[in-house]
Design a protein around this ligand. Structure first.
Ligand SMILES: [Zn+2]
Length: 87
């Protein structure tokens, strides 16, 4: 169904959900779009190359998301709880 938000099953492994990954938007480097950075991190999480950690400020484990300050370096990320996620 064209307008369904559900993805075909085969895409689940190819394109993992990039949930819990936030990228600062820096329009100067379109070659490293926030979308590509999020996907790179999502794939690395899926493949076990990186693991989620506690908040790097307060060590909280609840609701921690990846914070990518520079889309050109998606793996220079930090884990932040909702309180310490930069806005
Ligand atoms: Zn925190």
């Amino acid at each position: 169904m064209r307008h369904s938000h559900a993805r075909p099953r085969r895409y689940r492994t190819l394109w993992p959900p990039a949930e819990g990954i936030r990228v600062m938007r820096t329009p100067s480097r379109p070659a490293y779009s926030p979308e590509r950075a999020r996907l790179a991190v999502a794939v690395a999480l899926r493949d076990g190359r990186i693991e989620r950690g506690p908040c790097e400020v307060c060590e909280a484990a609840e609701g921690v998301e990846a914070y990518i300050a520079n889309p050109a370096q998606p793996f220079a990320l930090s884990w932040r709880c909702p309180t310490h996620m930069p806005r």
